[in-house]
Ligand binder design. Structure first.
Ligand code: IPM
Ligand code: MN
Length: 350
């Protein structure tokens, strides 16, 4: 039996996560596995009502779970940064979810805006460092609001944080096509990304079968569009990983399909669609739940439920191949969020 914390969150979060929960429950029935979902109503509304973003008591409970399943956060009446830092980043940091794993996989039948590229060419995975870098929150300002204002936001890398991330990426490449690309800006970030370069080479000595590759972040944005087939596993820092995975999402068919996991390989991990809360669509059943459902599949894979994970991915592929879903974007599916969820449930194990 698995205990899974569900944080539906804001905007469209609750409606997409409900479909993910439905899919995981169906898998549970078929595989005789009990998934118990414990819901937490955190998010913008909770904050506006209570003045708290993430109470200590709930944080403590989250640390006891087998996994966390998150919808989306972001509320139009809450200043940007409060929920992001106070909830999403706080969970990532406090639970030491040091890997943000984001597959960029184009499924058959899905439109990519990249001409002449198909599922054969678009199948790689980004390992984004998830607890350091520009996200560390180190910085400050001086003489704020005056013409003499100074603002500093530091990029922080530790040897430990860099090494565990790179090591994870090598391990992953080992299970895939054995090519690992370090993406950095070592030509300019000559302290921080020099550390990344050295650690990449050092750890690489333990993995002689892996081809080591390197690309600068700016060029990577170009290659991801021009030659996505060059990539198998990309390892990169927090900020760059954030940026290139939105680019990745669009080449794999859009935010409607992009899922990710915040992993603590030794602790509690959290899975989420990478799209935001899209408040203008909230409650309308227009948003594609496939990203959430795929995140649910990643969660099962991480829990060691390989068959369950495969059942979900296969169901999504069957649904995409069935041509029952007209489009993947908001309001373009020709079906409601719930109907897409039902379609997936129908395909699970079929
Ligand atoms: C993501 C999001 C978050 C991030 C925001 C909401 C803090 O963009 O998960 O990619 O920057 O990591
Ligand atoms: Mn992002």
């Amino acid at each position: 039996m698995y205990k899974i914390a569900v944080i539906p969150g804001d905007g469209v979060g609750p409606e997409v996560i409900a479909e993910g929960v439905k899919a995981v429950r169906r898998v549970g029935e078929l595989t005789n596995t009990n998934y118990e979902f414990i819901e937490y109503n955190l998010g913008g509304e909770y904050y506006l009502e209570t003045g708290e973003v993430l109470p200590e008591s709930i944080l403590k409970e989250l640390k006891e779970m087998d996994a966390i399943y998150l919808g989306a956060i972001g509320h139009p009446e809450v200043k940007p940064g409060i929920l992001e830092r106070g909830l999403l980043l706080r969970i990532r940091f406090e639970l030491d979810q040091y890997i943000n794993l984001r597959p960029i996989k184009l499924y058959p039948g899905v439109y990519t805006p990249i001409k002449d590229k198909g599922p054969e060419e678009i199948d790689f995975i980004v390992v984004r460092e998830n607890t350091e870098g520009l996200y560390a929150g180190i910085g400050g300002s001086l003489k704020r609001g005056t013409p003499d204002e100074v603002a500093m936001q530091e990029m922080v890398y530790t040897r430990k944080g860099t090494e565990r991330c790179i090591r994870y990426a090598y391990g992953l490449a080992q299970k895939r096509r054995k090519r690992l690309t370090l993406v950095d800006k070592s030509n300019v970030l000559t302290y921080g990304h020099d550390l990344w370069q050295r650690v990449f080479r050092e750890v690489g000595e333990e993995y002689p079968e892996i081809t080591q590759d390197h690309a600068y972040i700016d060029a990577t944005c170009m290659w991801m569009v021009k030659n996505p087939e060059w990539f198998d596993v990309i390892v990169t820092c927090n900020m760059f990983g954030d940026i290139i995975t939105d680019l990745g999402a669009i080449i794999q068919g859009g935010m409607g399909l992009a899922a990710g996991g915040n992993l603590n390989p030794e602790g509690v991990s959290m899975f989420e669609p990478i799209h935001g809360s899209a408040p203008k669509y909230a409650g309308q059943g227009k948003i594609n739940p496939l990203a959430s459902i795929l995140a649910g599949g990643m969660m099962l894979e991480h829990l060691g439920e390989k068959r369950g994970a495969d059942l979900i991915e296969e169901a999504v592929m069957k649904a995409l191949a069935s041509a029952r879903i007209k489009g993947l974007g908001a309001g373009q599916m020709g079906l409601s969020t719930q109907e897409v969820g039902d379609l997936i449930v129908g395909f699970i194990g079929s």
